[in-house]
Ligand binder design. Structure first.
Ligand SMILES: Cc1cc2nc3c(=O)[nH]c(=O)nc-3n(C[C@H](O)[C@H](O)[C@H](O)COP(=O)(O)OP(=O)(O)OC[C@H]3O[C@@H](n4cnc5c(N)ncnc54)[C@H](O)[C@@H]3O)c2cc1C
Length: 412
């Protein structure tokens, strides 16, 4: 069996794994990334699109922001729509100039795969039977089969960046992990449509028929979501039925509505809040969706993955350069503080903007009053804005080996 040796074995080539691999590379730390899907599958997977200010700064500081600067859509606000009226929340004014950028997760992943390939460090796609072993020893092992050959990688550390359904979290003894979970009684039906976006900014709609979200991926592609039952078969929704429901929920009294176009992708995603703690066991460190899931309403999942790996990269750099272990020991606690704040925000956005099946007419009016207060109060809008653009980073770029000047958002 070919046996390899690396400093950090990384399971998963999603945003967390690829970002970590590149951060380590920039610090001269070797890694092997192992992904069980194909390169095309990973790049074509349609998911997140909203990047916090800190995530944008991080990608730029890492030297992988060229595509983002060329094609990312900077948004300095969003709209909250209810009772047929849109109300703008001005991020830039409320947060001292911060913004979010809309840039598809698949583009982020494509940019990072190109950067990884240019480093010539190991990245295996289509790996089979991926497993980790000896994670509580000083030399954990990553095993997989590639091109019909069984491989074994001896590592100093393993990063479990393999998403919610990966193998790393289940490799931790169940008695060690506390799991906190909430499932929501609805999902999102999401579509990509060939239609120029009819608004420059996102529109979050609360409607008596349920939540709807208007967003975009590019000047030619609109991305829309509808609240539906959690196990709704996508086959129940013809394209005509989707457009009819989108327009019913989103059209405002001034006549604003999304432009209609050919639907090029549609799917239903269940909504879940999930945290597994601690995010470390022995020499296995979980990062991103492998450790936590947020409902997409707050647009935090990809951003949390980025902040986890920044914290982990800092700790690994300190270990290799100065034999400092305390930042490895503190990794889970530092990440979980941000994770829980993002959980709280995502839960609040979800609860405020969706209809629950057990709601009474009282609850509906209370939710309308919540939104009326939110969009009429400078204090409430500031709270939404500062969380949406992203709370201060947990660690400085400088401590993770990146240029300090690139970090516009201060650390906590
Ligand atoms: C519809 C939708 C909309 C979203 N919108 C937003 C948004 O606007 N903003 C935001 O920040 N977040 C959003 N998210 C969340 C975001 O997509 C995730 O949080 C993000 O993908 C997490 O990155 P990750 O690298 O941790 O996990 P993943 O992206 O899941 O990557 C994990 C990788 O590991 C691989 N893998 C799995 N098992 C194995 C194995 N056994 N061996 C090897 N490899 C394995 C997977 O194939 C995958 O490539 C959204 C999610 C969805 C579903």
């Amino acid at each position: 069996m070919p046996s390899l040796r690396t400093q950090v074995g990384i399971v998963g080539a999603g945003p967390a794994g690829l970002l970590l691999g590149h951060l380590l590379h920039l610090n001269g730390i070797d890694s092997v990334i192992v992904e069980n899907r194909s390169r095309d599958y990973v790049i074509d997977r349609v998911r997140a699109g909203v990047l916090e200010q800190g995530t944008v700064d991080l990608l730029n500081a890492m030297g992988v922001g060229a595509g983002l600067q060329r094609a990312g859509l900077r948004h300095e606000g969003l709209y909250v729509s209810f009772n047929g009226r849109r109300h703008r929340v001005d991020f830039a004014e409320l947060t001292g100039g911060k913004a979010i950028t809309v840039y598809g997760q698949n583009e982020v992943v494509r940019d990072l795969i190109e950067a990884r390939t240019a480093t010539a460090r190991a990245l295996y796609f289509d790996a089979e039977d991926v497993s980790v072993d000896a994670i509580d020893s000083s030399s954990p092992i990553l095993r997989f089969r590639h091109d019909g050959v069984d491989r074994e990688v001896r590592c100093d550390f393993i990063a479990g960046c393999d998403g919610f359904h990966g193998i790393c979290r289940p490799s931790i003894p169940p008695a060690v992990l506390a799991v906190y979970e909430r499932a929501y009684p609805f999902g999102w039906l999401g579509i990509l449509a060939e239609a120029p976006p009819s608004s420059d900014e996102l529109v979050y709609t609360y409607h008596e028929r349920g939540f709807a979200l208007f967003s975009m991926r590019s000047p030619r592609i609109t991305r829309l979501y509808l609240q539906v039952p959690p196990d709704e078969p996508i086959g129940n929704w013809s394209d005509d039925a989707i457009w009819e429901e989108m327009l019913e929920r989103m059209t405002t009294r001034d006549g604003w509505q999304p432009n209609i176009g050919r639907i090029i992708q549609k799917s239903v995603t269940p909504m879940r809040s999930f945290v597994a703690a601690p995010m470390r066991y022995g020499r296995l460190f979980l990062a991103g969706d492998a450790a936590h899931i947020v409902p997409p309403t707050g647009a935090k999942g990809l951003n949390l993955a980025a902040s986890d790996v920044l914290v982990l990269a800092r700790a690994l750099k300190a270990y290799y350069e100065r034999d400092r272990r305390e930042w490895l020991d503190e990794y889970s606690d530092i990440c979980l503080r941000r994770v829980w704040k993002a959980q709280r925000f995502s839960w609040w956005m979800t609860s405020t903007l969706h209809r629950f099946s057990d709601e009474s007419a009282f609850d509906y009016q209370r939710q309308i009053a919540d939104l009326d207060y939110l969009t009429g109060s400078q204090a409430a809008m500031t709270s939404l804005a500062e969380q949406y653009v992203g709370l201060p980073a947990e660690v400085s770029f400088e401590s993770a080996g990146l240029p300090a000047a690139a970090q516009a958002v201060p650390t906590t």
